[in-house]
Design a binder for this molecule. Sequence first.
Ligand SMILES: NC(=O)c1ccc[n+]([C@@H]2O[C@H](COP(=O)([O-])OP(=O)(O)OC[C@H]3O[C@@H](n4cnc5c(N)ncnc54)[C@H](O)[C@@H]3O)[C@@H](O)[C@H]2O)c1
Length: 255
Amino acid sequence: MATRLEGKVAIITGAASGIGAASAGLFAAEGAKVGICDLPGTGIDSVVEEITAAGGEALGMPADVSDPDQVEAFVAAVAQRFGRIDVLFSNAGIGGKGTAEEMDLIEFNRVLAVNLAGGFLCAKYAIPHMREAGGGSIIFTASELALVGSRRNLAYTASKAGLIGMARSMALDHGPDNIRVNVLCPGAVDTPMLRRSIDMHDDSAAYEQMIVCEITLGRIGHTDEIARTALFLASDDSSFMTGATIVADGGATAQ
Ligand SMILES: NC(=O)c1ccc[n+]([C@@H]2O[C@H](COP(=O)([O-])OP(=O)(O)OC[C@H]3O[C@@H](n4cnc5c(N)ncnc54)[C@H](O)[C@@H]3O)[C@@H](O)[C@H]2O)c1
């Protein structure tokens, strides 16, 4: 039995799919009790069922991370059910394509509301519980695109770059509470989000090949590879890390 998160309670957002679902399963397998959320109708219950069937403990709730009332209720429900909160993996995210000319303000604000303000809200409501527990670990899923520019992708890149600045400031504010705050920047990872982005292109096979060519390791990443990086940041293995940005992109931004 793996025990790297034994005795801890972890919140994971955007956990019905992709990186969030893989991380929920891994964190539970490592001994954490997990509170997971996603948008209504996205299948959070089946992730709870899988975790429970494997012998873990999970609470699933529909919640939109951009809505303060829903985030507050979700965090409170997890704390009430499991008695504490040690880890927040703020992972929910959406894409948003377009140049400044093409994109309207409503769409721009929606991407920022989910990807950036969503992280702020989750942290805002989780931090008091972490302080009470004697400390904690907050992880924001950003992207390799937080570190480089990306064509027709300005709202997404702005939101993900914003997470890095926000995490550094949060790390300074809450270091004295023993709350660590770090950012995980995945590269291309095989999830429904990546598949949607590939399928938007007329020649999707050629576009996928282009992505692979830009990755030093010559392949797209797997969700469990990102989940294991998140586990490192969630666990005491990273106990001297805060305000840091970890990149797991197969070397895409090395060139
Ligand atoms: N897949 C990649 O290549 C890649 C690369 C870099 C960063 N990321 C980031 O990783 C994170 C996870 O993405 P993924 O690839 O697993 O995608 P995914 O689409 O499989 O999963 C994202 C989940 O977030 C949920 N979500 C969206 N808006 C939400 C909201 N307002 N409230 C709650 N949940 C919401 C979705 O319903 C979905 O289940 C995202 O932040 C994404 O930007 C992904």
